[in-house]
Ligand binder design. Structure first.
Ligand SMILES: NC(=O)c1ccc[n+]([C@@H]2O[C@H](COP(=O)([O-])OP(=O)(O)OC[C@H]3O[C@@H](n4cnc5c(N)ncnc54)[C@H](OP(=O)(O)O)[C@@H]3O)[C@@H](O)[C@H]2O)c1
Length: 345
């Protein structure tokens, strides 16, 4: 696909993650958006659906006719729609980058956590689109499962600790702005409730828990996934996400060894910044960028290490990461078309 602009489609372009993809794709030198599709918004003018994008054209039906001519399609859709669309597109030779949870887990684990049979078990798990940790499988992959927003931050925070901590008993607190739930309305997302409120939700059965466990098992070289305790919280802002992980250090590990592990893991990664000692990441410093900021400290009193990662859930946690993975899949430099500078304040 090198050397020319690749025609791409965005299904779910009328949703939060899809709209963010369209914003990023508008400045991408290697990909050209030639189709945008949705469900209820099909037939509507792009300018009416998302005035901030300045795009012309009409949102199409999510079918092969609308997407004909696309070499690569991003599915920014619920997992149910991805399960239907991805096999059809793959049959047509189209590369699929799926932002949903449809293809992240092995089918049995998927069924256990989603409460439904996997209708395309041969496709799952697909190569996991978290390039900093699992880049090897991405070049040329026909289907990529883009990680969830919480697993992205949690696994970036956890990865350097592999071999330094007890892999069991990891505790993770996740905090996310309301856009993490998509644009649909729920009682707890009403402005009158959400905008002056912080509350946990979904614990201990959030669907991102098995995804974190699966990634952590691979990173830590475990035969079986070790259970992690994951508690997400909804915080009163539109976008931004932090995961703070806590794990028990194995004997003899000192603070300088922990910092060296993080520095070594990420020194060559353009999107990951390890903050200085005593500094903790903030969502305000990653807003709109495809970046992850990390802080880490050893607590000698408890024998535990605390690491925190801040991302923009819609960029490094969704659309930006999808684009980074698509760049890798098609042989482009991973950084192509992706912002490192954030919007501040
Ligand atoms: N929001 C995040 O921070 C985030 C982060 C990582 C991953 N994700 C994942 O990305 C996907 C999209 O999330 P989102 O937050 O953008 O959700 P959203 O705002 O609710 O948007 C969903 C999009 O999917 C479209 N859609 C729904 N059912 C469809 C169907 N049957 N066929 C075709 N299109 C359909 C909707 O179209 P209409 O509007 O036209 O009905 C809309 O464009 C989800 O799988 C989500 O889990 C989201």
């Amino acid at each position: 696909m090198k050397g020319r602009r690749v025609d791409v489609g965005v299904v779910g372009g009328s949703g939060y993650a899809g709209a963010e993809l369209l914003r990023l794709l508008a400045g991408h030198p290697g990909f050209k958006v030639s189709a945008v599709a949705g469900q209820r918004s099909a037939g509507q003018d792009m300018r009416a659906v998302f005035p901030h994008l300045g795009l012309e054209g009409t949102i199409g039906q999510a079918d092969l006719d609308t997407l004909r001519g696309c070499a690569l399609v991003f599915l920014a859709t619920p997992h149910t729609a991805s399960l239907t669309l991805a096999p059809q597109l793959l049959d047509e030779g189209v590369t699929v980058v799926d932002l949903s949870g449809a293809f992240r887990l092995d089918p049995a684990t998927f069924t256990g956590w989603y409460g439904e049979d996997h209708t395309a078990p041969a496709l799952s798990p697909a190569p996991y689109g978290l390039p900093e940790l699992f880049r090897a499988a991405l070049p040329g992959a026909p289907l990529i499962a883009v990680p969830g927003c919480y697993p992205t931050a949690a696994l970036l925070a956890l990865a350097p600790l592999a071999g330094l901590v007890d892999p069991a008993g990891v505790v993770i607190a996740g905090l996310s702005g309301a856009s993490g739930a998509g644009k649909g309305l729920r009682d707890d997302l009403h402005a009158s409730h959400a905008m002056a409120n912080v509350a946990p939700y979904g614990a201990p059965n959030h669907r991102h828990a098995p995804e974190i466990e699966q990634g952590w098992a691979t990173l830590a070289g475990l035969d079986q996934p070790a259970a992690v305790t994951f508690t997400p919280h909804l915080v009163p802002m539109a976008r931004g996400l932090v995961c703070t992980v806590s794990a028990r250090l194995t004997g003899g590990i000192c603070a300088s060894a922990v910092r060296a592990a993080y520095a070594g893991a990420y020194e060559a990664e353009p999107f990951v910044t390890l903050l200085g000692e005593s500094n903790w990441p903030a969502t305000a410093h990653v807003r709109g960028a495809n970046t992850a900021h990390l802080g880490v400290a050893l607590d000698a009193r408890t024998g535990r290490v605390t690491a925190a990662c801040a991302i923009d859930n819609l960029v490094k946690g969704a659309a930006g990461q999808a684009l980074q993975a698509a760049n890798a899949a098609t042989g482009l430099p991973e950084t192509t078309g992706l912002p490192i500078a954030a919007v501040y304040p």
